[in-house]
Design a protein around this ligand. Structure first.
Ligand SMILES: C[S@@+](CC[C@H](N)C(=O)[O-])C[C@H]1O[C@@H](n2cnc3c(N)ncnc32)[C@H](O)[C@@H]1O
Length: 221
């Protein structure tokens, strides 16, 4: 597994540093010593659903969905402190009380989440690792999908987006080969067009990939 750095490229502003020091500890998912994570108990209220975003970058989608759905609890995982600091700023600006955060690799959190406890998972523009020799580092792998299938409720949904053609092809192959995931698309527009509830992400706007974004929505059996 690759090592996750918490050090970003640029220094945080004083406000961001203060948010990391004071707000992040109160919103962080309990650390591994706490053992299993019953996700509904992480929030100060009983959420109707719990959603998980893996690799939220600057947090535009995570906090945007949280602002739209105050009855839903959102857990966001992002190892890089710059993105975390941006998300914390949005959480404070909008007074969001339904977001919990993990500043590290999502995979150990997934392993601690209870079976069938998550309603939706978002993986939006994951690191593309475009070079052939790097592709084994891609997040979407069969054992990763086993872990996500375990925590998703039956009929729970997973959204995956990428603008890298080889990743789209490879990820779709892994999802279609997995016994627990059904692709919900019935026509080309279902994967070519952003879903109506999507919130544009920072990485998406950079258009760094080699194809138009694809939007794959899967339902857990
Ligand atoms: C290409 S960026 C996209 C960020 C955001 N989803 C967007 O669309 O703007 C991928 C992000 O995933 C994060 N990431 C990579 N591997 C991860 C992992 N195992 N767990 C959590 N986050 C991860 C990276 O730190 C990075 O911020």
């Amino acid at each position: 597994m690759r090592t996750f750095g918490r050090i970003g490229g640029r220094a945080l502003s004083p406000r961001q540093q203060n948010l990391v020091d004071t707000l992040l500890p109160s919103l962080s998912v309990p650390d591994a010593k706490a053992g299993a994570l019953p996700p509904r108990s992480l929030f100060g209220f009983d959420p109707d659903e719990v959603w998980l975003e893996i690799g939220f970058g600057g947090g535009e989608h995570l906090t945007g969905q949280a602002a739209r759905h105050s009855n839903i609890g959102l857990i966001g995982c992002e190892p890089f402190i710059e993105g975390m600091a941006k998300a914390l700023g949005q959480i404070e600006d909008h007074g969001l009380s339904n977001v919990r955060l993990h500043m590290d690799d999502a995979r150990p959190v997934i392993a601690r989440l209870a079976e069938h406890s998550i309603d939706r998972v978002f993986i939006l523009f994951p690191d593309p690792w475009p070079k052939k020799r790097q592709q084994k580092r891609r997040l979407i792998q069969p054992d990763f999908l086993d872990g996500v299938a375990r925590i998703l409720k039956p009929c729970g949904r997973l959204r995956f987006a990428t603008d890298v053609k080889s990743y789209a092809d490879e990820a779709l192959g892994h999802f279609l080969a997995h016994p627990e995931f059904d692709w919900t698309a019935t026509r080309a527009d279902d994967w070519r067009t952003p879903p109506s509830d999507h919130i544009t992400t920072r990485y998406e706007t950079k258009q760094l990939g080699d194809c138009a974004p694809v939007w794959f929505e899967f339902q857990r059996a």
